[in-house]
Unconditional design. Structure first.
Ligand SMILES: Nc1nc2c(ncn2[C@@H]2O[C@H](COP(=O)(O)OP(=O)(O)OP(=O)(O)O)[C@@H](O)[C@H]2O)c(=O)[nH]1
Length: 500
């Protein structure tokens, strides 16, 4: 005992050493735990926003997208925050009263003002893209189309967002951006996975876009779009058929049946007992059919239904020209198309129609779907109205035509067969964001998809801090144990030289 006391007295520094180690240890532990805790605490997420108006032929829709503000450098995931359907028809329908095209957007724009935090308004980009409706108006009457754009620009500039312009998208852009949207939302681009094709059926045009196998883009360069996204290269095939959206295709089908100017037609694409009076001038008031207007015709014709799927297919076939093809392979109207390849997402009217007919369940074969549509078409109109009393009659009357048109376009137009058809998924949205060209358009204009991949650290920042914390703690415990054990053997080691 006395030897030990003597030793303590002769090693006066070992007590302060213990205290210092303990204090430093406690401080280190508190500091590390605090840092790790702060780093991993749930942070209040700040977002940035972008607004795109899809000015389609049938209507306009507004989409608000958001992404984490601190991940502006292309790494944050963009998602749809809100959408608003503009009341009334598409902006091209206001050709005679252009200012109304502008005012029609007010309600949805006011909604956007509420949805985007006020302090973000000024930096939020606002785009308007017009599709086939305005493409047709521009072809038909450029002055009227310019006036509609003027009115729309004026209306949009009144809002506090960063207005980036309004323009007509080419069919190729519409197809390509739809493809980007679908593959972005499915996380296929970032991960370099096999991509999904995109099928878009609008009111006035329809698009098909996919990455074909062994694709020789030189065969028809106007159908090719080359992308470099996240370091991967894509040679996309895309084509947009103007006038082959479902509303204009119906006009063409009716024009085909009224080419001789009859007073009444019995239409196989409408239900038995269906009967309405239609006006010749209204029917032929579109560049898709105007040239075919019969020279002699009454003011109106009676449009009755017959409900015959096979005959309806015959009428629809007459809208496609399968005769001429100067390429190795064509879809229709002499347009080059490589064989369809891989899975497809079919959206817009593809979804509206197939969803109404309850045919979006991927397990149904092409044959089952065809039989279902045939049976639906043959159901009398009165019965249909009774089964679906709440559905808008204009939409309801057209589902037989639309279903038959979709099946004919896919199988005979694009050459999907029983096997490839089963790889089509009819979709409205992916992970809460609507499928359509708008998201791809915004991603492109805001440079949100980099051409190259960024070399990212193997661990996320919070994971890195946690691992460093654990390692430092372990090291500290080891050093402490070492010093303590060294201290306990110290007297024995130093005994003799100390006491002597
Ligand atoms: N059944 C049904 N049809 C709809 C609905 N919304 C739009 N449609 C129709 O579906 C078709 C396609 O609509 P959209 O995808 O908005 O097409 P769009 O943008 O107006 O047309 P494009 O300019 O050709 O792209 C049009 O014939 C619309 O009338 C809906 O909620 N239900």
């Amino acid at each position: 005992m006395s030897a030990q006391r003597e030793m303590k007295e002769k090693n006066p520094w070992h007590k302060p050493l213990t205290i210092i180690i303990t204090v430093i240890g406690v401080i280190a532990i508190v500091a590390l735990v605090t840092v790790a805790g702060l780093q991993n605490r749930p942070v209040f997420q700040k977002y940035k926003y972008g607004i795109v108006l899809d000015a389609g032929s049938s209507h306009t829709a507004l989409y608000i997208y958001k992404w984490p503000a601190e991940k502006d450098n292309n790494t944050g995931r963009i998602e749809q925050k809100h959408s608003c359907k503009v009341k009334g028809k598409g902006i091209s329908s206001y050709a005679a009263v252009p200012e109304k095209a502008g005012t029609s957007l007010t309600e949805c724009m006011q909604e956007a003002e509420m949805q985007v935090p006020a302090w973000r308004h000024q930096e939020t980009p606002l785009y308007l893209g017009a599709t086939a409706g305005m493409r047709l108006l521009n072809m038909e009457n450029k002055v009227a189309s310019d006036k509609v754009f003027e009115a729309v620009e004026k209306a949009l500039q009144r809002f506090p967002f960063s207005y980036q312009g309004a323009r007509i998208l080419s069919g190729q852009e519409e197809g390509a951006f739809g493809w980007v949207t679908v593959n972005y939302l499915d996380d296929r681009l970032k991960q370099g996975l096999q991509t999904t094709g995109a099928l878009d059926l609008g009111g006035a045009s329809t698009q098909i876009s996919f990455v074909p196998h062994e694709y020789d883009i030189s065969e028809s360069p106007s159908n090719a779009v080359a992308f470099q996204l996240y370091g991967n290269y894509y040679n996309l095939y895309t084509h947009s058929f103007l006038c082959y959206g479902k509303d204009q295709a119906l006009r063409m089908a009716l024009a085909h049946q009224t080419r001789s100017g009859p007073i009444a037609i019995s239409d196989p694409c409408f239900h038995p007992d269906y009967s309405v009076t239609r006006n010749y001038n209204t029917l032929y008031d579109s560049p898709c059919v105007s040239e075919r207007k019969p020279k002699v015709a009454p003011l109106n014709f009676t449009h009755t239904g017959e409900g015959n799927f096979l005959q309806c297919q015959e009428v629809i076939r007459s809208l496609f020209n399968f005769k001429s093809c100067k390429y190795s392979k064509c879809s229709f109207n002499g347009i080059f198309q490589p064989p369809v390849q891989g899975s497809f997402g079919a959206f817009s009217a593809y979804y509206f129609v197939m969803n109404f007919l309850n045919l979006t369940d991927g397990s149904m074969s092409l044959e089952t779907i065809t039989n279902y549509v045939a049976n639906y078409c043959s159901t009398p109109w009165d019965q249909i109205k009774k089964v679906y009393p709440d559905i808008n009659e204009k939409y309801l009357a057209e589902y037989c035509f639309s279903g038959t048109y979709i099946l004919t376009l896919l199988t005979e137009g694009y050459n999907f067969n029983t096997e490839t058809f089963s790889k089509i998924k009819f979709i409205k949205e992916i992970k809460g964001s609507d499928a359509g060209w708008t998201l791809g358009y915004m991603l492109n204009l805001t440079n949100m998809i980099p051409a190259e991949t960024k070399d990212s650290p193997p661990l996320p920042h919070a994971g890195y801090v946690s691992i460093v914390t654990v390692i430092v703690l372990l090291l500290f415990i080891l050093v402490t144990l070492f010093i303590l054990s060294f201290r306990s053997i110290w007297p024995k080691c130093s005994k003799e030289p100390q006491i002597v």
